[in-house]
Design a protein around this ligand. Structure first.
Ligand code: 6PG
Length: 233
């Protein structure tokens, strides 16, 4: 099912073939990007949804040397920790393709230093749009509380309007994360949101239908960021 709603397009896949559907969709998008420009900068979200999709995508014949991958967010843990987004995506994806990839966390460095260096990397590697670095594509997920990246409800990072990457304390998880902020996310050329499950689909519909402002994802859907949603119940 394909619906257009002020620059937001929706694709519904049957649950059984969601990963293949999403991998094919991303293959088409990446092929379009690699034909359009020499270097393609893409930001990847963590969590579990993207992993089987990236595992399928790595086996395609894309010209991986044209792609540079960055992280949308990260847990404040070492790269070898099972919670590490970069560690998990490296295991299934980065280790198998000839692309440059950038971790938010550097083993051995403290998280504040890692954030400074990651921010410098964004400023040096990305093209700029409206004086802010701009990704060619951002892959986003969404939690059952409507968070995206590591922009969780009622957390400090939601209020950040200047910095492009910050540390964010998540009381609900009793943990700290590193996350890209709204200014950087909204400045991307486009975003693809990958969600599975009834709860997330209900949040997606609620935000578009009833303007449920309390979900952190809501700020992105009401921005000018072109978004495509690939979803299954
Ligand atoms: C993270 C993610 C986060 C994720 C959602 C959905 O570090 O967990 O970046 O924003 O996209 O929590 O996670 P699942 O795909 O595991 O449901």
């Amino acid at each position: 099912m394909r619906m257009k709603n002020n620059n937001k397009i929706f694709y519904k896949s049957e649950h059984s073939d969601y990963d293949e559907f999403a991998a094919n969709f991303l293959y088409e998008k990446f092929t379009e990007l690699q034909s359009r420009q020499k270097k393609v900068n893409i930001a990847l979200s963590g969590g579990s949804t993207p992993l089987p999709i990236l595992e399928l995508l790595k086996n395609t014949n894309l010209n991986w040397s044209q792609f540079a991958f960055f992280m949308v967010d990260e847990r404040c843990v070492s790269l070898s920790d099972p919670q590490s987004n970069y560690g998990n995506i490296s295991r299934v994806f980065f280790k198998n393709i000839a692309s440059q990839s950038y971790s938010m966390v550097e083993d051995g460095a403290d998280f504040t230093d890692s954030i400074i260096r990651y921010s410098e990397k964004l400023n040096s590697e990305l093209k700029f749009n409206k004086d802010i670095p701009a990704f060619d594509l951002i892959l986003l997920g969404m939690g059952d509380d409507g968070h995206t990246a590591s922009l969780f409800p009622n957390t400090e990072a939601l209020l950040e309007t200047e910095k492009i990457v910050v540390k964010n304390r998540i009381p609900a998880l009793n943990s700290e994360r590193i996350t890209l902020t709204y200014p950087l996310l909204e400045n991307a050329r486009e975003a693809i949101v990958l969600i599975k499950g009834k709860v997330k689909c209900e949040i997606m519909r609620e935000m578009y239908a009833k303007k449920a402002k309390h979900y952190p994802m809501y700020k992105l859907i009401t921005s000018s960021l072109p978004m495509k949603w690939i979803y299954t119940e």
